[in-house]
Ligand binder design. Structure first.
Ligand code: MOS
Length: 707
């Protein structure tokens, strides 16, 4: 059938409370390793990961004698005894298949035991003998060795290098130039629920209760790896304690749980990695270095934008943070040049973390814009307005509905920007130097095809809607019900929604801020097909399954969301301690399906940006190749006391029917974009100290503010 038609919003736009809220707060919602108990499983095994003790080398021998002698330990799997995988091309996922050690912490053995305590103690007792080889785990060392290379493409299929316009002419005409290097550190997703799975192999079928952002993608990856037809792999994830990208792709914990189950037919096996293991087995945002060169007219109008991004990847498997992509489309300029280079290291495999690319890239770009505003003596809000492009500079297409200027102006009004002193260090409040800053945000409107939904009529005018999507805590279970209700023209109470199970129709990952758009469009299409098939008053038991076809008008338009973030920062003039005391974002994200849940997403993104600005810092010890700050004490994630009480997010009233039939775009990622820059810019305004290296800590400021 044709693609979905726009719907009339009734439930969409209303602030329905989370449908699973009561289950969650009363502890009745079951997470991955809690499953099995509800199916009468009384004797699950626990699997525990043993990590490689060195960054590079070969496993000579795994001595499991002591572990096996420990009471309760049932088995120890290593690269010689673990079940064989059919596909081993993905070095991150092909665990326990050969003796190669690619990074410290890599899975080199699995201990299976009758209790969690015995499994953990057994893992401690496993002796892994390795032949260590020389490794490189430091970006500069890799650069100095000439290892930086141009990848074939960056994450999400972006071109490695992209340029347009006459750069030499633009540079030559410039009277103001900002040319600086900006750095972001290794950042690690830390969802409340670590990566975990309960797995069961009955000799025919593998069942996995997983903590994932996509049950179908996990089954689709695991099945060929294990040499099974996909119908023989069932993955379920009814409740997930956060992901932020770290559960967007299958990682070693899922493979480990599957191998453990295959080795013990008929028994449930539970595997939950430790917080420490989250830092090496689930991906992370690599450190980035961005050289940004802005060439401008005296009034701040850009003539050229250049962004050269450097990051690292693992030698085992390439991942390239698409740091420079936002510079291709953000502002008008006659010429631009963007590149990505990457250095392979003997380290854990990096992956997705909320707004891959845009987050570190817009930190660099938006601090550079602040520096340009200062250099030109132009207000930072005005500078951005002055550089507004009327078409997408990257594709030349018209925008779907670019409203960055309105976000900046409304946000400025809401925040109280007017009258801000241009000079830094102009406001002192007791021991605190006080400043304000702004940055723009953007995120592409992504959408995944090939989602499907099932609609079934039930007695009493009710409908059952099924889609194999996952609610990772964002509220998908609630908003999809709202979308379904409007698509069917019934009250939300008349809709029963099932998700989180590969026995339900195909759904793509909860990622790229594309979940609600992609799944919601599939539901609208299925509902409209159902009405076409069965009319407005169907008998119970009729059903329709429909797969989405291309909805968003990406041929005719460049689809993006935008926002403006405003921050107030105070820095203690004696200790240099920075505190973010006010934080506000105004966004243009299409129609907001549920204001309660969207605000929660945007607040979460703002807080995660604050955390990146002032706290998160994954410190690697290059001598050993691992992250030494591998717990929540030494890798500090913003906690309640770090978050300003004056935190707010708002959005423009709008509906984007080019993006989805309900007018909404995504809200998951844009909140983190630009936030660290707004805070860094506010810190400069407070102190006169320019922040180009995250996180900004007391050490950043103390030399510049004392006295
Ligand atoms: Mo998000 S990093 O796209 O899961």
């Amino acid at each position: 059938m044709s693609t979905a038609e726009p719907i009339t919003p009734r439930a969409v736009g209303a602030g329905h409370a989370r449908v699973d809220g009561p289950l969650k707060v009363t502890g009745h919602a079951l997470y991955a390793v809690e499953h099995g108990s509800d199916e009468g499983v009384t004797d699950p095994l626990t699997a525990w990961v043993v990590g490689a003790p060195v960054a590079r080398g070969r496993v000579v021998r795994v001595d499991a004698a002591e572990a096996l002698a420990h009471a309760g330990v049932v088995a120890v799997l290593d690269h010689e005894t673990a079940p064989r995988l059919t596909e081993t091309g993905d070095a991150e996922l092909a665990i326990l298949q050969d003796d190669r050690v690619h990074f410290r912490g890599q899975v080199v053995a699995l201990v299976l035991a009758e209790t969690s305590e015995a499994a953990r103690e057994g893992a401690r007792l496993v002796r892994v003998h390795v032949a260590e080889e020389a490794h490189v785990a430091d970006l500069d060392e890799g650069v100095d060795a000439g290892e930086a290379y141009a990848p074939e493409q960056a994450n999400a299929g972006h071109e490695t290098d992209w340029a347009d316009g006459d750069l030499e002419a633009a540079r030559g005409a410039a009277s103001v130039v900002v040319d600086q290097t900006y750095a972001t550190p290794h950042e690690h997703n830390n969802p409340m629920e670590p990566h975990a799975a309960a797995a069961h192999w009955d000799g025919e079928r593998l069942t996995l209760w997983d903590s994932t952002q996509g049950v179908h993608p996990v089954a689709g990856t695991l099945a060929p790896l294990l040499g099974l037809d996909q119908e023989r792999v069932r993955v379920r994830a009814p409740y997930v304690g956060g992901g932020f990208g770290s559960k967007g792709l299958p990682h070693p914990p899922e493979v480990a749980a599957a191998l453990a189950a295959l080795s013990q037919p008929g028994r449930w096996v539970r595997l939950a990695i430790t917080r420490q293991q989250v830092f090496s087995l689930t991906g992370y945002r690599t450190q980035t270095r961005s050289r940004v060169r802005l060439s401008a007219e005296p009034d701040g109008r850009l003539l050229a934008v250049e962004h050269d991004a450097l990051s690292q990847t693992s030698r085992a498997k390439e991942f390239v943070e698409q740091t420079a992509t936002a510079a291709r489309m953000m502002y008008a300029a006659p010429a631009r040049r963007t590149t990505h280079r990457v250095v392979p290291l003997d380290v854990a495999v990096p992956s997705w973390m909320r707004a891959p690319g845009e987050m570190p890239g817009m930190f660099a770009h938006e601090v550079a814009m602040d520096e340009l505003a200062v250099a030109c003596g132009v207000d930072p809000v005005d500078l951005r307005v002055r550089n507004e492009p009327d078409r997408d500079p990257e594709t030349g297409k018209p925008w779907n509905d670019r409203r960055l200027v309105e976000c900046l102006q409304r946000g400025a009004e809401r925040f109280g920007w007017a009258g801000r002193p241009a000079e830094p260090r102009a406001t002192v409040d007791g021991d605190w130097l006080v400043g304000t800053g702004v940055a723009a945000a953007t995120y592409p409107t992504l959408w995944n095809p090939d989602n499907a939904a099932r609609i079934e009529s039930r007695a009493g005018g009710r409908y059952a809607v099924g889609i194999g999507a996952v609610d990772i805590g964002t509220g998908a279970r609630t908003v999809l019900r709202q979308v379904a209700a409007d698509a069917l023209g019934v009250d939300v109470e008349a809709v029963d929604l099932a998700l989180g199970d590969t026995s339900l129709p195909m759904a793509t990952v909860a990622g790229g801020s594309a979940g609600t758009a992609s799944w919601g469009t599939a539901i609208v299409q299925a509902a409209q097909q159902f009405r076409a098939d069965h009319g407005p008053d169907p008998a119970p038991g009729l059903h329709t399954v429909s797969t989405t076809e291309g909805y968003p008008d990406t041929e005719g338009h460049a689809l993006h969301s935008f926002g403006a973030v405003f921050a107030e920062v105070r820095v203690d003039r004696w200790t240099g301690e920075p505190r973010c005391t006010r934080l506000h974002g105004t966004y243009s994200v299409g129609r907001v399906v549920n204001p309660v849940l969207a605000r929660s997403q945007l607040h979460g993104g703002l807080v995660m940006g604050l955390s990146a600005a002032l706290h998160e810092d994954g410190v690697r010890d290059p001598r050993f190749g691992h992250t030494v700050t591998q717990d929540l004490a030494t890798y500090h994630v913003a906690a309640h006391a770090d978050v300003p009480p004056d935190l707010s997010a708002e959005w423009l009233e709008e509906s984007d029917l080019l993006a989805t039939p309900f007018g909404g775009r995504g809200v998951g990622e844009i909140g983190i974009v630009g936030t660290a820059a707004a805070i860094a810019n506010a810190a400069w305004h407070a102190t006169g100290v320019r922040v180009r290296d995250l996180p900004a800590t007391p050490a950043t400021f103390v030399g510049g503010v004392r006295g």
